[in-house]
Design a protein around this ligand. Structure first.
Ligand code: AMP
Length: 213
């Protein structure tokens, strides 16, 4: 897929808990282009019980990376869909330098947005994270402690994501530092990186990002 004039092809990078998912949603509304999360693509395949879903289930549950060719196949298909014609925001890819290199000929990002946050704060935010198991409504452990675990939107059960449990959180942060951070250096060499301080409030981070787009 060759990028066309004015098309925004953004990549969001940041450790879990940096607010990357939230900023992706806000940017999606602001720019009227979809946010494509490779983690979400993986979880959807698993939930639908597809052959692909069955083949990646064990990796996702353990917080391990899914084999490159599978993620690349899913993403390549998704970015050619109609709603991504004017651009897209990718959350979760590339996770490794090998993926960035493989994507060189077809991904062609116009900017790479890096949201930074230290490990202690990332762990604290992630251990607070809760979501509805049915409609994915996002909330916090504090909310559940106060109001119970019934989803205020669909009455489903609010749970903690399996890969947000403490051991999996640390494992995912280690993976981020070892494998994903070199991707930032890779795109830095291409002059595409914009860095933001994820410890700030959500609106502040959003305003700063919107300013550079
Ligand atoms: P996330 O929601 O981005 O934390 O992703 C959840 C899980 O999906 C990861 O722990 C991996 O198992 C899988 N995944 C998402 N993106 C990728 C990727 N680019 N490469 C390999 N596995 C991925």
């Amino acid at each position: 897929m060759t990028p066309h004039e004015g098309q925004k092809r953004l990549i969001l990078i940041g450790p879990q808990g940096s607010g990357k998912g939230t900023q992706g949603e806000l940017l999606s509304v602001y720019l009227q282009i979809p946010t494509i999360s490779t983690g979400h693509l993986c979880r959807t395949e698993i939930e639908h019980g597809t052959e692909l879903g069955k083949s990646i289930e064990q990796y996702v549950r353990a917080g391990e990376l899914v084999p490159d060719e599978i993620v690349i196949q899913m993403l390549k298909k998704r970015i050619t869909e109609f709603d991504a014609q004017d651009g897209f925001i990718i959350d979760g890819f590339p996770r490794t330098v090998a993926q960035a290199e493989e994507a060189e000929s077809w991904l062609r990002p116009t900017k790479v947005i890096v949201i930074e946050i230290d490990d202690a704060q990332a762990v604290e935010r992630m251990s607070q994270r809760r979501a509805c198991s049915q409609c994915r409504y996002k909330t916090t452990a504090d909310f559940v402690a106060k109001h119970g675990d019934e989803c205020p939107r669909c009455s489903g059960k609010i749970v903690q994501r399996e890969d947000d449990l403490p051991e999996a959180i640390q494992h995912r942060l280690n993976t981020y530092h070892q494998i994903t951070q070199p991707v930032v250096s890779y795109y830095e060499a291409h002059g595409l990186i914009e860095r933001f301080d994820g410890a700030q409030t959500i609106p502040k981070v959003f305003m700063e990002i919107a300013h550079v787009l």
